[in-house]
Design a protein around this ligand. Sequence first.
Ligand code: ATP
Ligand code: ZN
Length: 284
Amino acid sequence: MKLRIAIQKSGRLSEESLKLLKDCGIDINNSLNKLKAEANNFPLEIFFLRDDDIPQYVEDGVADIGIVGENVLLEKNKQVKTVNKLGFGKCRLSLALPKDKKYKSIKDINGLRIATSYSNILSSYLKKQKINAEIHEISGSVEIAPGIGLADAICDLVSSGSTLLTNGLKEVEVILKSEAVLISHKNLGKQKNEILDKLLFRIQSLKSARHNKYILLNAPDNKLDAICKILPGMKSPTILPLATKGWSSVHSVLQEDQFWEIIEKLKANGAQGILVVPIEKMIL
Ligand code: ATP
Ligand code: ZN
């Protein structure tokens, strides 16, 4: 029994999707320009598809799981389960106007022609905001629509905003924030669910590792109590004596969001030679 995963063939999610599998220790046979590949050391088959098709394939059960942007998932509105957010492919779906057009509030969108590839998401957003506008669905190069007179505004994906800028547009509303997610077919069955659980366990340990750092520091023994109180750690810090008498080395794990605050307190409490190193995997 094998689990079949659909990932984007070539585009912004491809590299990170493959890297995720690789970081999970999954070794994939050289896959360039192929539709399908197999893992050597994990019961996984990989399908390379256009991202737009992935929700449908997973709903139909042609693929068991898939990696897509939340933007695509929401737009396609297929019957699939969202299993996990993956933390890459971050972008936002936004409304943008020519930069010299005045904009105070969403009301200024009333009556405009908006070009987008996301007509479902956009129309439900406009409905909620009680705005009447004309949606022009186009499949690509949305950002040039105002320049060629096809539309007055656009609704498109933005990450840095540089594409908008070079096309003389300004972002005026964020409709959706999106990142890549792992989706799954509604009923995988027992065996496939077991494989998925194995994969999820590995993904989880990567995600935990990404949010944590390993810290080592030296401190005089009389400061150890104070320092241990500052460090959260997985259980409690490890303390090892240094060759220099009266000094110890303290090892622990720090969460990224508390990082600077804790480092400052540690320094204030006599810690020296602080080293912070990335963690590759973390099994909780
Ligand atoms: P395909 O040929 O597979 O249909 P595509 O051109 O539709 O590819 P890409 O541009 O490769 O798709 O984007 C894939 C996904 O990457 C998007 O749906 C979105 O979730 C994410 N993404 C992240 N940042 C951006 C960005 N700045 N612009 C567009 N998509 C982005
Ligand atoms: Zn696409």
